[in-house]
Ligand binder design. Structure first.
Ligand code: ATP
Length: 239
């Protein structure tokens, strides 16, 4: 296995106008890993993802993907490199069918990266296959999450950035979404998982970064974080 990380953030500062949100943030994700970025509401998790994919440009520091400096690329360019953000709101086209939502991603994807065909994505997600002719608006929250992930894969993603995939889902659907993340990882897809729910992170992630007020305050394996009651209590209010 290569020692170079797939994704590497070094000393990133970023924010909105005059407001600095991320401070000297460094993290890395290795090929094939599931890495979590966990933190409370407003800690800067979404801002981190936006800075990686180029919706925001860091004011200092670097973002490197597969050894290429992508710090100053915008979101239409980072997607060509295989980075895909699955946003919290999922952004399904409600009036298009499930299949059409996927076809749109196929059309917009990069010709340079290996992507899943629409047919392969439907084979991978049995629920979506059954609902292929139905409109996006008919999907449950969990199915929308599946479609958003499938769309990223069809668009050629090889690193999936998941922004709070379990947010607002019923507990039994949270389980389904967790199974999907495990399945992705079994298929060799690398995942950066942003969550407020530390229990989801502890179960899915190889390593976890804890974000507090825009700074990484802890990094550790799930086994180590689970044991560290003081850190869990101080930063996440979990004991
Ligand atoms: P959440 O779980 O609520 O999504 P988060 O950890 O993802 O939290 P961010 O959304 O990154 O946090 O927000 C970090 C800080 O940046 C917050 O103080 C938030 O108010 C601020 N912020 C987020 N988006 C904007 C914006 N578009 N303009 C100005 N400030 C913003």
């Amino acid at each position: 296995m290569s020692t170079d990380p797939l994704l590497d953030l070094e000393n990133v500062d970023a924010g909105y106008g005059e407001t600095q949100v991320l401070r000297d943030l460094s993290l890395s994700v290795g090929e094939g890993e599931v890495v979590s970025l966990v933190g409370r509401n407003g800690a800067g998790k979404t801002t981190t993802l936006r800075s990686i994919v180029g919706i925001l440009t860091p004011t200092s520091g670097t973002v490197t993907y597969r050894g290429t400096d992508v710090t100053n690329l915008d979101a239409t360019e980072t997607v060509q490199h295989g980075l895909a953000l699955v946003p919290e709101e999922r952004q399904i086209f409600p009036e298009l069918t499930v299949k059409e939502n996927l076809e749109l991603a196929d059309y917009g994807g990069s010709p340079d990266v290996d992507s899943l065909s629409v047919g392969e994505a439907l084979e991978m997600f049995e629920n979506l296959k059954q609902r292929a002719p139905n409109p996006g608006s008919s999907l449950s929250g969990g199915e929308q999450q599946m479609l958003a992930i499938a769309r990223a894969l069809v668009g050629g993603a090889d690193l999936i950035l998941l922004d709070e995939p379990t947010e607002g889902l019923a507990p039994y659907i949270v389980r389904d979404v967790m199974d999907i993340v495990e399945d992705l990882n079994d298929r060799g897809i690398t995942v950066l998982l942003v969550e407020q729910n530390v229990h989801v992170c502890l179960e899915l992630a190889d390593r976890n970064y804890l974000l507090n007020q825009g700074e990484i305050v802890y990094e550790g394996t799930s086994a180590d974080l689970e044991e560290d009651k003081e850190i869990l209590d101080r930063y996440l209010g979990v004991t």
